[in-house]
Design a protein around this ligand. Structure first.
Ligand SMILES: *Cc1c(COP(=O)(O)O)cnc(C)c1O
Length: 373
């Protein structure tokens, strides 16, 4: 059997870090300080410095990061929050968890990010916030969203779950909006060995509120100023993330190497390779192609023990959980992209010869099913 190629190879990443990871894990076990300790404080400081933000507040997941940001800003029942229909479910779930209503807008067919030209029409007197997602690691049209938020007095919450280290004109994703929300789920560009998340903000008042909200509404043990959540980053995750944060620029550069190798080898085939907007640094959380024979392509890859994934098969306005939402338009771009998208293996350690093998399979599959003149 040929050697399988996974979507993500965390074994390779951890092997390369070697004893560094083992040592910090052992130190946390030795300390018996497991929740909100010195590693969380240090990681928050180091992440804030790396991202160029004033405050970073660790929490339990990326979904919680979004929920905590909305809750801190007072977004709740009766409010509408505009976001993209083409993203991971958690983006919109967080809106519902604070009692607000998601309003889905269609995407740009090239970047798969929120189509800002369509957002204005979705703004109503109830709109409280916009959540653009920097999907697959590519910065959303942040200038357009910022202008809209200013014009209408709306909160800007960036979903940076897939874009740690992505940037635009010298500013990192998570430093543009009122809040930046990150996930450290193991497969993200910066991932822990379990769940984790973080909110960034430049507001001292919001940072203070977030620190209470993530910890049962409390700043001082057994004094509770408000109803909060149990959503904390643990010391083991923070210690591991501190090690990986030191390598994030190299990881992202290697992801860009993999992407440009794919780009070069896939040229001329009847499929659409990822579009990179000229402005901004794409950090390729995913390398996602479009093909009108996506399912045949996926079957050929799997047949050769090469993993692939569909991000995402169902746009959010077609999810059962949102069946009750009224007045959602047809959102044709989200729908057609969801039918054609296919993500290929993408991780910093993916060797060139594996990329070549993946492309060979795609080439023979493409030639099988579509004879070209
Ligand atoms: C992963 C992800 C989330 C949720 O993060 P979790 O840590 O899994 O809760 C939210 N939005 C996007 C775009 C994501 O990719």
């Amino acid at each position: 059997m040929t050697r399988p190629i996974p979507m993500v190879d965390l074994k390779a990443q951890h092997a390369a870090l070697g004893p560094e990871i083992d040592e910090v894990i052992a130190a946390v076990l030795e300390s018996t300080r497991f929740v909100l300790g010195p590693n969380v404080e240090a990681f928050e400081r180091e992440a804030a410095e790396y991202l160029g933000v004033v405050h970073a507040i660790g929490c339990a997941s990326g979904t919680d990061a979004l929920m905590l940001a909305l809750a801190a800003a007072g977004v709740g029942p009766g409010d509408e929050v505009i976001t993209t229909a083409f993203t991971f479910f958690g983006t919109a779930e967080a809106i519902c968890l604070v009692g607000a209503t998601p309003v889905f807008v269609d995407i740009d067919p090239r970047t798969f990010n929120l189509d800002v030209a369509l957002v204005e029409a979705a703004v109503t007197p109830r709109t409280a916030a916009i959540i653009p997602v920097h999907l697959f690691g590519q910065p959303a049209d942040i200038a357009g969203v910022c202008a809209l938020c200013e014009r209408h007095g709306l909160l800007l919450v960036e979903d940076c779950a897939q874009s740690f280290g992505a940037g635009l004109d010298g500013t990192k994703a998570g430093a543009f909006g009122d809040f930046g929300c990150f996930s450290f789920f193991p497969s993200k560009n910066l991932g822990g060995c379990g769940d984790g998340g973080m909110v960034t903000t430049r507001s001292d008042a919001m940072a203070r509120r977030l620190r209470a909200l993530r910890n049962h509404g409390s700043h001082v043990t057994y004094r509770h100023e408000r109803i909060g959540y149990n959503s904390r980053l643990d010391e083991l995750q923070a210690a591991i993330l501190r090690v990986k944060l030191r390598h994030i620029d190299r990881y992202n550069a290697e992801r860009r190497r993999v992407a440009s190798r794919y780009d070069a080898l896939l040229q001329g085939l009847p499929l659409q390779t990822p579009f990179e907007a000229r402005a901004g640094t794409h950090v390729y959380h995913q390398y996602t192609i479009l093909s009108d024979m996506r399912d045949a392509l996926a079957a050929s890859l799997r047949n050769e023990h090469i993993a692939c994934a569909i991000h995402y098969p169902t746009p959010l306005h077609h999810q059962e959980a949102f069946a009750d939402l009224v007045g959602v338009g047809p959102l044709p771009v989200s729908k057609s992209v969801s039918q054609q998208c296919l993500s290929l293996p993408m991780y910093p350690e993916l060797p060139d010869h594996d990329i070549e093998r993946i492309v060979e399979v795609i080439k023979s599959s493409a030639c099988d099913t579509r004879p070209r003149p």
